[in-house]
Ligand binder design. Structure first.
Ligand SMILES: Nc1ncnc2c1ncn2[C@@H]1O[C@H](COP(=O)(O)OP(=O)(O)OP(=O)(O)O)[C@@H](O)[C@H]1O
Length: 571
Protein backbone atom coordinates (compact mmCIF):
# COMPACT_ATOMS: atom_id res chain seq x y z
CA UNK A 1 0.00 0.00 0.00
CA UNK A 2 2.78 2.37 1.01
CA UNK A 3 4.64 1.68 -2.22
CA UNK A 4 1.48 2.40 -4.25
CA UNK A 5 1.06 5.73 -2.45
CA UNK A 6 4.69 6.56 -3.08
CA UNK A 7 4.35 5.75 -6.74
CA UNK A 8 1.06 7.69 -6.87
CA UNK A 9 2.97 10.78 -5.69
CA UNK A 10 5.70 10.23 -8.26
CA UNK A 11 3.40 9.84 -11.23
CA UNK A 12 1.24 12.81 -10.23
CA UNK A 13 4.15 14.86 -11.53
CA UNK A 14 3.14 13.58 -14.95
CA UNK A 15 -0.42 14.91 -14.66
CA UNK A 16 -1.81 11.47 -13.98
CA UNK A 17 -4.89 11.50 -11.78
CA UNK A 18 -4.60 7.98 -10.39
CA UNK A 19 -3.02 4.57 -10.76
CA UNK A 20 -5.68 2.12 -11.82
CA UNK A 21 -3.62 -1.01 -11.79
CA UNK A 22 -0.06 -1.95 -10.88
CA UNK A 23 0.99 -5.51 -11.52
CA UNK A 24 4.73 -5.24 -11.02
CA UNK A 25 6.14 -4.51 -14.42
CA UNK A 26 3.19 -2.62 -15.80
CA UNK A 27 1.08 0.30 -14.69
CA UNK A 28 -2.28 1.48 -15.86
CA UNK A 29 -2.73 5.19 -15.33
CA UNK A 30 -5.74 7.43 -15.65
CA UNK A 31 -5.71 11.00 -16.85
CA UNK A 32 -8.45 13.45 -17.60
CA UNK A 33 -8.94 14.79 -21.09
CA UNK A 34 -11.76 16.62 -22.78
CA UNK A 35 -11.64 14.63 -26.00
CA UNK A 36 -14.55 12.25 -26.40
CA UNK A 37 -12.94 8.84 -26.39
CA UNK A 38 -9.97 10.00 -24.34
CA UNK A 39 -12.14 11.20 -21.46
CA UNK A 40 -10.68 8.56 -19.18
CA UNK A 41 -7.41 7.32 -20.51
CA UNK A 42 -5.89 4.06 -19.51
CA UNK A 43 -2.25 3.65 -20.39
CA UNK A 44 -0.50 0.38 -20.00
CA UNK A 45 3.12 1.17 -19.41
CA UNK A 46 5.47 -1.72 -19.73
CA UNK A 47 9.09 -2.20 -18.77
CA UNK A 48 9.76 1.25 -17.48
CA UNK A 49 13.41 1.69 -16.87
CA UNK A 50 15.84 3.28 -14.42
CA UNK A 51 14.79 1.67 -11.19
CA UNK A 52 11.15 1.56 -12.29
CA UNK A 53 10.76 5.29 -11.91
CA UNK A 54 7.78 6.37 -14.04
CA UNK A 55 9.37 9.78 -14.54
CA UNK A 56 12.11 8.00 -16.48
CA UNK A 57 9.73 5.89 -18.51
CA UNK A 58 10.50 6.01 -22.23
CA UNK A 59 7.30 7.33 -23.75
CA UNK A 60 8.66 6.84 -27.25
CA UNK A 61 8.67 3.08 -26.80
CA UNK A 62 5.80 2.15 -29.10
CA UNK A 63 6.72 -1.51 -29.50
CA UNK A 64 3.63 -2.91 -27.76
CA UNK A 65 0.63 -0.87 -28.97
CA UNK A 66 -1.76 -3.75 -28.21
CA UNK A 67 -1.27 -2.97 -24.50
CA UNK A 68 -2.85 0.47 -24.99
CA UNK A 69 -6.30 -1.13 -25.19
CA UNK A 70 -7.06 -2.99 -21.95
CA UNK A 71 -10.78 -3.43 -22.82
CA UNK A 72 -10.02 -5.31 -26.01
CA UNK A 73 -7.35 -7.36 -24.25
CA UNK A 74 -9.89 -8.57 -21.70
CA UNK A 75 -11.77 -10.29 -24.54
CA UNK A 76 -10.84 -13.36 -26.50
CA UNK A 77 -11.95 -11.89 -29.79
CA UNK A 78 -12.98 -14.05 -32.73
CA UNK A 79 -11.45 -12.25 -35.70
CA UNK A 80 -12.78 -13.01 -39.20
CA UNK A 81 -10.72 -11.75 -42.10
CA UNK A 82 -12.99 -11.45 -45.18
CA UNK A 83 -10.60 -11.06 -48.08
CA UNK A 84 -10.92 -10.96 -51.84
CA UNK A 85 -11.15 -8.59 -54.81
CA UNK A 86 -13.65 -5.72 -55.06
CA UNK A 87 -17.22 -6.79 -55.73
CA UNK A 88 -16.84 -10.18 -54.10
CA UNK A 89 -19.43 -9.79 -51.33
CA UNK A 90 -17.00 -9.42 -48.38
CA UNK A 91 -18.82 -6.49 -46.79
CA UNK A 92 -22.21 -8.03 -47.61
CA UNK A 93 -21.44 -11.08 -45.46
CA UNK A 94 -19.89 -9.11 -42.61
CA UNK A 95 -22.89 -6.75 -42.54
CA UNK A 96 -25.27 -9.71 -42.25
CA UNK A 97 -23.48 -10.71 -39.03
CA UNK A 98 -23.61 -7.14 -37.74
CA UNK A 99 -27.31 -6.88 -38.49
CA UNK A 100 -28.12 -10.06 -36.57
CA UNK A 101 -25.95 -9.17 -33.54
CA UNK A 102 -27.33 -7.70 -30.34
CA UNK A 103 -24.95 -4.73 -30.56
CA UNK A 104 -22.28 -3.62 -32.94
CA UNK A 105 -20.22 -1.06 -34.76
CA UNK A 106 -19.30 -0.60 -38.42
CA UNK A 107 -16.10 1.39 -39.06
CA UNK A 108 -15.53 2.57 -42.60
CA UNK A 109 -12.94 4.80 -44.25
CA UNK A 110 -15.49 7.26 -45.68
CA UNK A 111 -18.54 9.17 -44.50
CA UNK A 112 -20.37 7.81 -47.54
CA UNK A 113 -19.85 4.24 -46.38
CA UNK A 114 -20.93 5.00 -42.80
CA UNK A 115 -24.05 6.75 -44.16
CA UNK A 116 -24.90 3.80 -46.36
CA UNK A 117 -24.55 1.27 -43.53
CA UNK A 118 -26.61 3.29 -41.04
CA UNK A 119 -29.29 3.77 -43.68
CA UNK A 120 -29.31 0.06 -44.48
CA UNK A 121 -29.54 -1.05 -40.83
CA UNK A 122 -32.27 1.45 -39.99
CA UNK A 123 -34.26 0.30 -43.01
CA UNK A 124 -33.90 -3.26 -41.76
CA UNK A 125 -35.38 -2.07 -38.42
CA UNK A 126 -32.03 -2.32 -36.61
CA UNK A 127 -31.71 1.13 -35.00
CA UNK A 128 -28.28 2.46 -35.82
CA UNK A 129 -26.54 5.73 -34.90
CA UNK A 130 -24.39 7.54 -37.42
CA UNK A 131 -21.20 9.14 -36.13
CA UNK A 132 -18.64 10.79 -38.36
CA UNK A 133 -16.29 13.71 -37.90
CA UNK A 134 -19.08 15.90 -39.30
CA UNK A 135 -22.30 14.60 -37.82
CA UNK A 136 -23.84 12.64 -35.01
CA UNK A 137 -27.31 11.25 -35.69
CA UNK A 138 -28.65 9.36 -32.71
CA UNK A 139 -31.50 6.92 -33.21
CA UNK A 140 -33.73 5.97 -30.29
CA UNK A 141 -32.86 2.61 -28.81
CA UNK A 142 -29.81 2.14 -31.03
CA UNK A 143 -27.31 -0.51 -29.99
CA UNK A 144 -25.53 -0.27 -33.33
CA UNK A 145 -23.31 2.47 -34.71
CA UNK A 146 -21.94 3.23 -38.16
CA UNK A 147 -18.86 5.42 -37.89
CA UNK A 148 -15.86 6.66 -39.78
CA UNK A 149 -12.87 4.73 -38.49
CA UNK A 150 -11.37 7.73 -36.65
CA UNK A 151 -14.53 7.85 -34.49
CA UNK A 152 -14.36 4.20 -33.40
CA UNK A 153 -14.89 3.98 -29.65
CA UNK A 154 -12.32 1.70 -28.04
CA UNK A 155 -13.87 2.00 -24.58
CA UNK A 156 -17.25 0.48 -25.41
CA UNK A 157 -18.12 -3.19 -25.52
CA UNK A 158 -19.72 -4.73 -28.63
CA UNK A 159 -20.92 -8.14 -29.73
CA UNK A 160 -19.89 -7.53 -33.31
CA UNK A 161 -17.63 -5.03 -35.08
CA UNK A 162 -16.61 -4.50 -38.71
CA UNK A 163 -13.57 -2.63 -39.96
CA UNK A 164 -13.99 -2.14 -43.70
CA UNK A 165 -11.14 -1.67 -46.20
CA UNK A 166 -8.72 -2.95 -43.57
CA UNK A 167 -5.80 -2.85 -46.04
CA UNK A 168 -5.82 0.91 -45.33
CA UNK A 169 -3.88 0.19 -42.15
CA UNK A 170 -0.89 0.54 -44.48
CA UNK A 171 -1.99 4.04 -45.56
CA UNK A 172 0.67 6.69 -44.98
CA UNK A 173 -1.69 9.24 -43.48
CA UNK A 174 -4.69 7.38 -42.04
CA UNK A 175 -3.15 3.97 -41.34
CA UNK A 176 -2.91 4.57 -37.59
CA UNK A 177 -6.71 4.86 -37.22
CA UNK A 178 -7.17 1.43 -38.79
CA UNK A 179 -4.47 -0.05 -36.53
CA UNK A 180 -6.20 1.52 -33.52
CA UNK A 181 -9.53 -0.05 -34.58
CA UNK A 182 -7.85 -3.39 -35.27
CA UNK A 183 -6.08 -3.57 -31.90
CA UNK A 184 -8.51 -1.56 -29.80
CA UNK A 185 -12.13 -2.42 -30.54
CA UNK A 186 -13.54 -4.56 -27.74
CA UNK A 187 -15.87 -6.92 -29.61
CA UNK A 188 -16.65 -10.62 -29.29
CA UNK A 189 -16.54 -10.87 -33.09
CA UNK A 190 -14.36 -8.60 -35.18
CA UNK A 191 -14.89 -8.73 -38.96
CA UNK A 192 -12.17 -7.24 -41.12
CA UNK A 193 -12.97 -6.74 -44.82
CA UNK A 194 -10.37 -5.97 -47.46
CA UNK A 195 -7.55 -7.01 -49.72
CA UNK A 196 -5.77 -10.33 -49.23
CA UNK A 197 -2.49 -8.38 -49.24
CA UNK A 198 -3.15 -7.42 -45.61
CA UNK A 199 -3.56 -10.99 -44.28
CA UNK A 200 0.05 -11.90 -43.23
CA UNK A 201 0.56 -8.54 -41.49
CA UNK A 202 -2.72 -8.74 -39.58
CA UNK A 203 -1.97 -12.32 -38.52
CA UNK A 204 1.41 -11.16 -37.28
CA UNK A 205 0.00 -8.14 -35.40
CA UNK A 206 -2.66 -10.26 -33.72
CA UNK A 207 -0.26 -12.97 -32.60
CA UNK A 208 0.33 -11.10 -29.35
CA UNK A 209 -3.33 -10.35 -28.60
CA UNK A 210 -4.52 -13.91 -28.05
CA UNK A 211 -7.37 -13.40 -30.56
CA UNK A 212 -8.62 -16.32 -32.62
CA UNK A 213 -8.06 -15.38 -36.30
CA UNK A 214 -9.86 -17.04 -39.23
CA UNK A 215 -9.47 -16.15 -42.91
CA UNK A 216 -12.43 -16.34 -45.34
CA UNK A 217 -11.52 -15.89 -48.99
CA UNK A 218 -13.98 -14.59 -51.59
CA UNK A 219 -14.07 -14.65 -55.40
CA UNK A 220 -15.37 -11.83 -57.56
CA UNK A 221 -19.13 -12.21 -58.09
CA UNK A 222 -19.16 -10.88 -61.66
CA UNK A 223 -16.50 -11.27 -64.39
CA UNK A 224 -14.01 -8.50 -65.14
CA UNK A 225 -12.67 -8.64 -68.71
CA UNK A 226 -9.48 -6.76 -69.66
CA UNK A 227 -9.96 -5.73 -73.32
CA UNK A 228 -7.25 -6.36 -75.92
CA UNK A 229 -7.86 -3.07 -77.74
CA UNK A 230 -7.71 0.52 -76.50
CA UNK A 231 -10.66 2.89 -76.82
CA UNK A 232 -9.25 4.30 -80.05
CA UNK A 233 -11.53 7.26 -80.56
CA UNK A 234 -13.90 9.25 -78.39
CA UNK A 235 -16.65 8.32 -80.84
CA UNK A 236 -16.43 4.80 -79.34
CA UNK A 237 -17.60 6.01 -75.93
CA UNK A 238 -20.88 4.43 -74.93
CA UNK A 239 -23.43 4.57 -72.12
CA UNK A 240 -22.05 3.18 -68.83
CA UNK A 241 -18.42 4.06 -69.60
CA UNK A 242 -16.20 5.60 -66.93
CA UNK A 243 -13.07 7.47 -67.99
CA UNK A 244 -10.41 7.70 -65.33
CA UNK A 245 -7.83 10.45 -65.01
CA UNK A 246 -6.05 12.03 -62.05
CA UNK A 247 -6.21 15.81 -62.29
CA UNK A 248 -9.24 18.06 -62.13
CA UNK A 249 -8.01 19.75 -65.31
CA UNK A 250 -7.87 16.34 -67.01
CA UNK A 251 -11.37 15.49 -65.76
CA UNK A 252 -12.96 18.66 -67.13
CA UNK A 253 -10.93 18.33 -70.36
CA UNK A 254 -12.27 14.81 -70.97
CA UNK A 255 -15.81 15.84 -70.05
CA UNK A 256 -15.67 18.64 -72.60
CA UNK A 257 -14.29 16.38 -75.33
CA UNK A 258 -16.93 13.70 -74.78
CA UNK A 259 -19.82 16.15 -74.59
CA UNK A 260 -18.52 17.94 -77.69
CA UNK A 261 -19.30 14.74 -79.64
CA UNK A 262 -22.98 15.48 -78.99
CA UNK A 263 -23.97 11.97 -77.89
CA UNK A 264 -23.32 11.90 -74.13
CA UNK A 265 -23.41 14.01 -70.98
CA UNK A 266 -20.90 13.31 -68.21
CA UNK A 267 -21.16 13.21 -64.42
CA UNK A 268 -17.88 13.85 -62.63
CA UNK A 269 -16.40 12.45 -59.41
CA UNK A 270 -13.11 13.61 -57.89
CA UNK A 271 -11.61 13.97 -54.44
CA UNK A 272 -12.05 17.66 -53.74
CA UNK A 273 -15.75 17.67 -54.63
CA UNK A 274 -17.85 17.66 -51.45
CA UNK A 275 -18.81 14.05 -50.56
CA UNK A 276 -22.53 14.76 -50.95
CA UNK A 277 -21.88 16.18 -54.44
CA UNK A 278 -19.94 13.05 -55.36
CA UNK A 279 -22.87 10.90 -54.21
CA UNK A 280 -25.35 12.91 -56.25
CA UNK A 281 -23.14 12.82 -59.33
CA UNK A 282 -22.94 9.03 -58.91
CA UNK A 283 -26.71 8.73 -58.43
CA UNK A 284 -27.32 10.75 -61.58
CA UNK A 285 -24.93 8.54 -63.55
CA UNK A 286 -26.62 5.36 -62.21
CA UNK A 287 -30.11 6.67 -63.02
CA UNK A 288 -31.12 5.16 -66.36
CA UNK A 289 -33.61 7.95 -67.03
CA UNK A 290 -30.95 10.65 -66.59
CA UNK A 291 -29.15 12.14 -69.58
CA UNK A 292 -25.82 11.85 -67.78
CA UNK A 293 -24.82 8.40 -68.97
CA UNK A 294 -20.99 8.63 -68.86
CA UNK A 295 -18.74 9.19 -65.86
CA UNK A 296 -15.40 10.99 -65.79
CA UNK A 297 -13.61 10.37 -62.52
CA UNK A 298 -10.42 10.20 -60.53
CA UNK A 299 -9.42 7.37 -58.17
CA UNK A 300 -12.09 8.77 -55.80
CA UNK A 301 -14.39 6.12 -57.36
CA UNK A 302 -12.18 3.38 -55.89
CA UNK A 303 -14.17 3.22 -52.66
CA UNK A 304 -17.52 4.05 -51.21
CA UNK A 305 -19.71 4.82 -54.18
CA UNK A 306 -22.19 2.40 -55.74
CA UNK A 307 -21.63 2.80 -59.44
CA UNK A 308 -23.22 1.03 -62.39
CA UNK A 309 -20.15 1.09 -64.60
CA UNK A 310 -19.93 -1.08 -67.68
CA UNK A 311 -16.37 -0.26 -68.78
CA UNK A 312 -13.47 1.48 -67.08
CA UNK A 313 -11.19 3.36 -69.49
CA UNK A 314 -7.91 4.56 -68.02
CA UNK A 315 -6.88 7.76 -69.80
CA UNK A 316 -3.48 7.36 -68.12
CA UNK A 317 -1.76 4.90 -65.78
CA UNK A 318 0.37 7.59 -64.19
CA UNK A 319 -0.51 10.04 -61.49
CA UNK A 320 1.05 12.78 -59.42
CA UNK A 321 0.89 11.66 -55.79
CA UNK A 322 1.86 14.92 -54.13
CA UNK A 323 5.58 14.19 -54.44
CA UNK A 324 6.17 12.79 -57.92
CA UNK A 325 4.51 11.59 -61.10
CA UNK A 326 4.56 7.81 -60.93
CA UNK A 327 2.94 4.68 -62.38
CA UNK A 328 -0.17 3.49 -60.59
CA UNK A 329 0.48 0.57 -58.26
CA UNK A 330 -0.98 -2.88 -58.88
CA UNK A 331 -3.43 -2.36 -55.98
CA UNK A 332 -4.56 1.02 -57.33
CA UNK A 333 -5.16 -0.37 -60.83
CA UNK A 334 -7.10 -3.34 -59.45
CA UNK A 335 -9.17 -1.24 -57.07
CA UNK A 336 -10.24 1.18 -59.84
CA UNK A 337 -10.71 -1.47 -62.57
CA UNK A 338 -12.76 -3.57 -60.15
CA UNK A 339 -15.47 -0.92 -60.17
CA UNK A 340 -16.65 -2.09 -63.61
CA UNK A 341 -19.49 -4.61 -63.65
CA UNK A 342 -21.24 -4.44 -60.30
CA UNK A 343 -23.02 -7.58 -59.13
CA UNK A 344 -26.77 -7.22 -59.55
CA UNK A 345 -26.51 -4.06 -61.69
CA UNK A 346 -27.52 -3.69 -65.33
CA UNK A 347 -23.86 -4.29 -66.29
CA UNK A 348 -23.04 -7.60 -64.57
CA UNK A 349 -19.92 -8.06 -66.71
CA UNK A 350 -17.21 -5.44 -66.29
CA UNK A 351 -14.70 -4.45 -68.95
CA UNK A 352 -11.50 -2.48 -68.62
CA UNK A 353 -9.20 -0.84 -71.14
CA UNK A 354 -7.05 2.26 -71.77
CA UNK A 355 -7.27 5.28 -74.01
CA UNK A 356 -3.74 4.67 -75.24
CA UNK A 357 -2.54 1.30 -76.64
CA UNK A 358 0.89 1.80 -74.98
CA UNK A 359 -0.74 1.46 -71.54
CA UNK A 360 -2.37 -1.91 -72.23
CA UNK A 361 0.62 -4.14 -71.24
CA UNK A 362 0.87 -2.53 -67.77
CA UNK A 363 -2.91 -2.77 -67.31
CA UNK A 364 -2.98 -6.47 -68.25
CA UNK A 365 0.04 -7.45 -66.16
CA UNK A 366 -1.26 -5.55 -63.13
CA UNK A 367 -4.67 -7.20 -63.27
CA UNK A 368 -2.97 -10.61 -63.34
CA UNK A 369 -0.59 -9.89 -60.43
CA UNK A 370 -1.43 -10.29 -56.78
CA UNK A 371 -1.30 -7.04 -54.79
CA UNK A 372 2.06 -6.76 -53.01
CA UNK A 373 1.91 -7.98 -49.42
CA UNK A 374 1.55 -5.18 -46.85
CA UNK A 375 4.69 -4.95 -44.73
CA UNK A 376 3.80 -2.41 -42.05
CA UNK A 377 0.82 -0.85 -40.31
CA UNK A 378 0.52 2.81 -39.42
CA UNK A 379 0.82 3.78 -35.77
CA UNK A 380 0.62 7.05 -33.92
CA UNK A 381 1.50 7.76 -30.30
CA UNK A 382 -1.70 8.21 -28.36
CA UNK A 383 -2.44 11.67 -26.97
CA UNK A 384 -1.87 10.41 -23.44
CA UNK A 385 1.73 9.38 -24.20
CA UNK A 386 2.44 12.79 -25.69
CA UNK A 387 0.71 14.47 -22.79
CA UNK A 388 2.81 12.63 -20.23
CA UNK A 389 5.96 13.33 -22.20
CA UNK A 390 5.01 17.03 -22.26
CA UNK A 391 4.77 17.00 -18.44
CA UNK A 392 8.40 15.97 -18.30
CA UNK A 393 9.38 18.50 -20.96
CA UNK A 394 7.07 21.44 -20.22
CA UNK A 395 9.03 23.86 -22.40
CA UNK A 396 8.54 21.82 -25.55
CA UNK A 397 5.77 22.78 -27.93
CA UNK A 398 3.67 20.29 -29.82
CA UNK A 399 5.97 20.54 -32.86
CA UNK A 400 8.98 19.51 -30.80
CA UNK A 401 7.05 16.75 -29.08
CA UNK A 402 5.92 15.33 -32.42
CA UNK A 403 9.41 15.68 -33.82
CA UNK A 404 10.80 13.88 -30.78
CA UNK A 405 8.39 10.99 -31.31
CA UNK A 406 9.11 10.93 -35.03
CA UNK A 407 12.88 10.77 -34.46
CA UNK A 408 13.07 8.56 -31.39
CA UNK A 409 10.10 6.27 -31.61
CA UNK A 410 10.98 2.67 -30.93
CA UNK A 411 8.78 0.57 -33.12
CA UNK A 412 8.60 -3.09 -33.91
CA UNK A 413 9.34 -3.81 -37.57
CA UNK A 414 5.60 -4.27 -38.23
CA UNK A 415 4.81 -0.60 -37.67
CA UNK A 416 5.63 2.84 -39.05
CA UNK A 417 4.60 6.21 -37.65
CA UNK A 418 1.88 7.65 -39.84
CA UNK A 419 0.75 11.18 -40.49
CA UNK A 420 3.44 12.92 -38.45
CA UNK A 421 4.66 15.11 -41.33
CA UNK A 422 1.12 16.39 -41.89
CA UNK A 423 0.60 17.09 -38.20
CA UNK A 424 3.94 18.88 -38.00
CA UNK A 425 2.67 21.44 -40.52
CA UNK A 426 -0.29 22.32 -38.30
CA UNK A 427 1.76 22.08 -35.11
CA UNK A 428 4.17 24.73 -36.38
CA UNK A 429 1.19 27.09 -36.76
CA UNK A 430 -0.64 26.38 -33.50
CA UNK A 431 2.56 26.40 -31.44
CA UNK A 432 2.71 30.17 -32.08
CA UNK A 433 -0.57 30.60 -30.20
CA UNK A 434 -1.23 30.62 -26.46
CA UNK A 435 -3.09 27.30 -26.44
CA UNK A 436 -2.87 24.25 -24.20
CA UNK A 437 -1.53 20.96 -25.55
CA UNK A 438 -5.01 19.43 -25.86
CA UNK A 439 -6.28 22.31 -27.96
CA UNK A 440 -3.18 22.27 -30.15
CA UNK A 441 -3.57 18.54 -30.64
CA UNK A 442 -7.24 19.00 -31.54
CA UNK A 443 -6.38 21.51 -34.28
CA UNK A 444 -3.70 19.14 -35.50
CA UNK A 445 -6.04 16.20 -35.99
CA UNK A 446 -8.76 18.37 -37.56
CA UNK A 447 -9.59 17.71 -41.23
CA UNK A 448 -7.59 20.61 -42.62
CA UNK A 449 -5.94 20.44 -46.02
CA UNK A 450 -2.66 22.29 -45.41
CA UNK A 451 -1.84 22.16 -49.14
CA UNK A 452 -4.96 24.20 -49.85
CA UNK A 453 -4.26 27.88 -49.17
CA UNK A 454 -7.85 28.82 -48.28
CA UNK A 455 -8.38 25.76 -46.09
CA UNK A 456 -5.14 26.32 -44.16
CA UNK A 457 -5.92 30.03 -43.79
CA UNK A 458 -9.30 29.04 -42.33
CA UNK A 459 -7.58 26.88 -39.73
CA UNK A 460 -5.16 29.68 -38.79
CA UNK A 461 -8.02 32.14 -38.29
CA UNK A 462 -10.13 29.71 -36.27
CA UNK A 463 -7.16 28.83 -34.04
CA UNK A 464 -6.17 32.51 -33.60
CA UNK A 465 -9.68 33.66 -32.70
CA UNK A 466 -10.12 30.70 -30.39
CA UNK A 467 -6.87 31.41 -28.57
CA UNK A 468 -7.71 35.12 -28.20
CA UNK A 469 -11.37 35.01 -27.18
CA UNK A 470 -12.35 31.40 -26.67
CA UNK A 471 -15.23 32.12 -29.04
CA UNK A 472 -15.23 31.81 -32.82
CA UNK A 473 -18.19 33.19 -34.76
CA UNK A 474 -18.44 32.05 -38.35
CA UNK A 475 -19.42 35.53 -39.52
CA UNK A 476 -16.01 36.86 -38.44
CA UNK A 477 -14.38 35.14 -41.38
CA UNK A 478 -17.25 34.40 -43.70
CA UNK A 479 -20.28 36.42 -44.81
CA UNK A 480 -23.30 34.20 -45.38
CA UNK A 481 -25.34 35.03 -48.46
CA UNK A 482 -22.33 35.89 -50.60
CA UNK A 483 -21.85 32.49 -52.20
CA UNK A 484 -22.55 32.34 -55.92
CA UNK A 485 -22.56 29.80 -58.69
CA UNK A 486 -18.95 29.81 -59.94
CA UNK A 487 -18.53 30.82 -63.56
CA UNK A 488 -14.93 29.80 -64.09
CA UNK A 489 -12.72 26.90 -63.04
CA UNK A 490 -10.66 29.03 -60.60
CA UNK A 491 -13.94 30.18 -59.00
CA UNK A 492 -15.06 26.53 -58.75
CA UNK A 493 -11.78 25.61 -57.06
CA UNK A 494 -12.27 28.47 -54.61
CA UNK A 495 -15.76 27.28 -53.75
CA UNK A 496 -14.44 23.75 -53.13
CA UNK A 497 -11.92 25.28 -50.70
CA UNK A 498 -14.62 27.34 -48.95
CA UNK A 499 -16.53 24.10 -48.51
CA UNK A 500 -13.46 22.65 -46.77
CA UNK A 501 -13.32 25.64 -44.39
CA UNK A 502 -17.01 25.26 -43.51
CA UNK A 503 -16.46 21.54 -43.01
CA UNK A 504 -13.62 22.37 -40.62
CA UNK A 505 -15.88 24.73 -38.64
CA UNK A 506 -18.54 22.02 -38.36
CA UNK A 507 -15.90 19.52 -37.22
CA UNK A 508 -14.61 21.91 -34.54
CA UNK A 509 -18.15 22.79 -33.44
CA UNK A 510 -18.72 19.12 -32.57
CA UNK A 511 -15.72 19.08 -30.28
CA UNK A 512 -15.71 22.63 -28.89
CA UNK A 513 -19.44 23.28 -28.93
CA UNK A 514 -19.46 26.45 -26.83
CA UNK A 515 -16.52 28.07 -28.58
CA UNK A 516 -17.78 27.30 -32.10
CA UNK A 517 -21.52 27.95 -31.67
CA UNK A 518 -22.52 28.49 -35.34
CA UNK A 519 -22.90 24.84 -36.18
CA UNK A 520 -26.26 25.22 -37.94
CA UNK A 521 -25.15 28.18 -40.00
CA UNK A 522 -21.94 26.44 -41.10
CA UNK A 523 -23.86 23.27 -42.00
CA UNK A 524 -26.41 25.12 -44.10
CA UNK A 525 -23.74 27.19 -45.88
CA UNK A 526 -21.86 23.97 -46.55
CA UNK A 527 -24.98 22.48 -48.16
CA UNK A 528 -25.43 25.62 -50.28
CA UNK A 529 -21.77 25.40 -51.32
CA UNK A 530 -22.17 21.87 -52.63
CA UNK A 531 -25.36 22.81 -54.47
CA UNK A 532 -23.67 25.76 -56.15
CA UNK A 533 -20.86 23.44 -57.22
CA UNK A 534 -23.42 21.08 -58.72
CA UNK A 535 -25.11 24.01 -60.43
CA UNK A 536 -21.75 24.82 -62.03
CA UNK A 537 -21.37 21.20 -63.15
CA UNK A 538 -24.77 21.42 -64.87
CA UNK A 539 -24.46 24.88 -66.36
CA UNK A 540 -20.82 25.33 -67.23
CA UNK A 541 -19.10 21.99 -66.69
CA UNK A 542 -19.28 21.04 -70.33
CA UNK A 543 -21.28 21.38 -73.47
CA UNK A 544 -24.88 20.22 -73.79
CA UNK A 545 -25.33 17.87 -76.77
CA UNK A 546 -27.13 19.55 -79.64
CA UNK A 547 -29.42 16.57 -80.19
CA UNK A 548 -30.74 16.52 -76.63
CA UNK A 549 -33.75 18.34 -75.34
CA UNK A 550 -33.19 20.97 -72.64
CA UNK A 551 -33.69 19.88 -69.07
CA UNK A 552 -36.87 21.24 -67.51
CA UNK A 553 -36.49 24.51 -65.52
CA UNK A 554 -34.43 24.08 -62.38
CA UNK A 555 -35.96 24.38 -58.89
CA UNK A 556 -34.89 27.24 -56.60
CA UNK A 557 -31.97 26.78 -54.21
CA UNK A 558 -34.29 27.05 -51.17
CA UNK A 559 -36.56 24.30 -52.39
CA UNK A 560 -33.54 22.14 -53.22
CA UNK A 561 -32.13 22.62 -49.70
CA UNK A 562 -35.48 21.70 -48.14
CA UNK A 563 -35.70 18.62 -50.37
CA UNK A 564 -32.16 17.48 -49.52
CA UNK A 565 -32.90 17.85 -45.79
CA UNK A 566 -35.94 15.59 -46.19
CA UNK A 567 -33.95 13.05 -48.17
CA UNK A 568 -31.18 12.82 -45.62
CA UNK A 569 -30.66 9.39 -44.12
CA UNK A 570 -34.22 8.03 -43.91
CA UNK A 571 -35.54 8.54 -47.41
N1 LIG B 1 -25.02 -12.91 -51.64
C1 LIG B 1 -25.42 -11.74 -52.16
N2 LIG B 1 -26.70 -11.53 -52.50
C2 LIG B 1 -27.10 -10.36 -53.02
N3 LIG B 1 -26.28 -9.31 -53.24
C3 LIG B 1 -25.01 -9.44 -52.92
C4 LIG B 1 -24.49 -10.66 -52.37
N4 LIG B 1 -23.18 -10.50 -52.15
C5 LIG B 1 -22.89 -9.24 -52.55
N5 LIG B 1 -23.98 -8.61 -53.01
C6 LIG B 1 -24.02 -7.25 -53.57
O1 LIG B 1 -22.92 -7.12 -54.45
C7 LIG B 1 -22.30 -5.85 -54.33
C8 LIG B 1 -20.82 -6.00 -53.93
O2 LIG B 1 -20.76 -6.60 -52.65
P1 LIG B 1 -19.83 -6.01 -51.50
O3 LIG B 1 -19.92 -4.54 -51.41
O4 LIG B 1 -20.09 -6.81 -50.28
O5 LIG B 1 -18.42 -6.41 -52.13
P2 LIG B 1 -17.00 -6.18 -51.52
O6 LIG B 1 -16.25 -7.42 -51.80
O7 LIG B 1 -17.08 -5.74 -50.10
O8 LIG B 1 -16.48 -5.04 -52.47
P3 LIG B 1 -15.60 -3.72 -52.13
O9 LIG B 1 -14.24 -4.21 -51.82
O10 LIG B 1 -15.70 -3.00 -53.40
O11 LIG B 1 -16.29 -3.05 -50.98
C9 LIG B 1 -23.10 -5.08 -53.29
O12 LIG B 1 -24.05 -4.28 -53.96
C10 LIG B 1 -23.79 -6.20 -52.50
O13 LIG B 1 -24.99 -5.76 -51.91
Amino acid sequence: MASILLRQRRVSALGVSRILQDNGDSLRLQMESKFGTFSSIGVMIRKYSSGRDPAKFDFTDLTCPHTWYPNARKKNRKVFLHVGPTNSGKTYHALKRLQSSASGIYCGPLRLLAWEVSKRLNKAKVPCDLITGQEKVEVEGAKHKAVTVEMADVNADYHCAIVDEIQMLGCKTRGFSFTRALLGIAADELHLCGDAAAVPLIQELLQVTGDDVQVQTYERLSPLVPLEVPLGSFSNIRTGDCLVTFSRKGIYGLKKKIEHGGKHLCSVVYGSLPPETRTRQATRFNDESSEFDVLVASDAIGMGLNLNISRIIFSTLRKFDGFERRDLTVSEIKQIAGRAGRYGSKFPEGQVTCLDADDLPLLHSSLKSPSPILEQAGLFPSFDLMFMYSRLQPKKGLYQILEHFLENAKLSENYFISNCEELLKVASVVDQLPLGLQDKYLFCISPVDMDDEISSQGLVQFAENYSKKGLVRLREIFTPGTLQVPKTHPALKELESIHKVLELYVWLSFRLEESFPDHELASSQKAICSMLIEEFLERFGGQRPRSRKKLTSRPSLDSLIAKRKREYLYD
